[in-house]
Ligand binder design. Sequence first.
Ligand code: ATP
Ligand code: MG
Length: 439
Amino acid sequence: MRSIKKTKTSSKGKKAPLIIPRAEHTISRSAINRHALKVLYRLHEAGFNAYLVGGCVRDLLLGQTPKDFDIATNARPEEIRRLFKNCRLIGKRFRLAHILFGQDIIEVATFRTHHENATETHGKSHQGMIVRDNVYGTIEDDVVRRDFRVNALYYNIADYSIVDYVGGMQDIKDKVLHMIGDPEKRFHEDPVRLLRALRFVAKLNMRITPETEEPLLRLSHLLDHVSPARLFQEVLKIFQGGTTLATIHLLQKYHLISKLFICVNKESALVNIALSNTDQRIREGKTASPAFLFAVILWQSVSEHVMRHEAEGMPTYLAIEKALQHILKLQTERLTIPRLMQLSIREICLLQHRFTYRKGGHPYRLLEHPRFRAGFDLLILRAAAGEHVQELAEWWQEFHSQTPEQREKMIKEMNQKSSSHNHRRRNPRKRRTKPVQTE
Ligand code: ATP
Ligand code: MG
């Protein structure tokens, strides 16, 4: 029999949590980031309550590796700062403490609440969205402002137990995602929760309860009120989660995809191959460049526009430039992609055309190009996805891996080929335009 203890009902009559003692759960201290442990112990020794909370508790219980270890406490930001000399307070709306250990940052948040009956000036907009979230509270308040029950488990450093106010432990076992409170109201408060729900379904391999799913199916329009900057941050999280392909498929299924991307074709072999490759890389602990992923996702739209411009007689390079300008403009209306990242996306796409120049010093210059690797990867994936660039991709694969002498030989062959080609077409009646995806 499980010996789950209950604490006494609080004086305010709030529901008592389940306390799952150390012997009854699988979170071992050896799996917890040592800096996070240090912070927890220091807070505890100073007489404060301190808990690991959110995604890290959930991921540890599911046997996954947490991305970050967040701490919740009843200590106020100033009190936290007094305890840690390596502490920086951040945030205007809600002050958070960052405890710095070299590259490793442990985020410590004071328990907070939100006003139930807030009016626009007190923290909610007309759509019911929370725009201000800055009032300190108790652990009970902190629990109910979290999104899903599996994200509201607290690991108590005082006795290594897990404190569960909302049934999150059962959801972890049942592998279900259940919104805390009234799902419709919670989606209205913060529509990003629509995206988070699908990201967690994919990442945690969970299903959504019918009462959470029902509003999810009809509230996509709420995302129109979320800033493109916040949506961009959410897309980055999707890209870095290791289950991007599954998340993209869910976003398509629930008709949310168009809120993030101007166009993602469900059947696109390129997107499917590229995203499953990147997911694999992330699961192996490697990184994936967001610019590359944007280039992959936008490539089909870009090349469709290029073909249209070429059909009107525009030279390929100009056609790509024009297509990119148009596509990036549309895309950045949805997501605030930083300028540098936009430049990288452009370069990765432009390289697809530059790869077709294989004479003289050109290929050597491309090898030195800062985006060569990403551009080259896209070329290989296009070939794998069935675009007519197989010969070009194989050539670059060989050129890339060859010795300097062999490279010289390959260039010579290219020069000869093209001079005999030019000879044959010395007096062409009309210059044929090249579609971007063929050589
Ligand atoms: P991951 O880090 O894997 O993306 P996470 O659950 O840790 O998942 P974070 O964005 O790091 O997500 O947030 C940490 C915790 O803060 C969540 O587990 C949740 O309890 C709470 N939280 C984050 N975003 C929201 C939100 N939009 N609404 C309510 N609670 C949220
Ligand atoms: Mg997290």
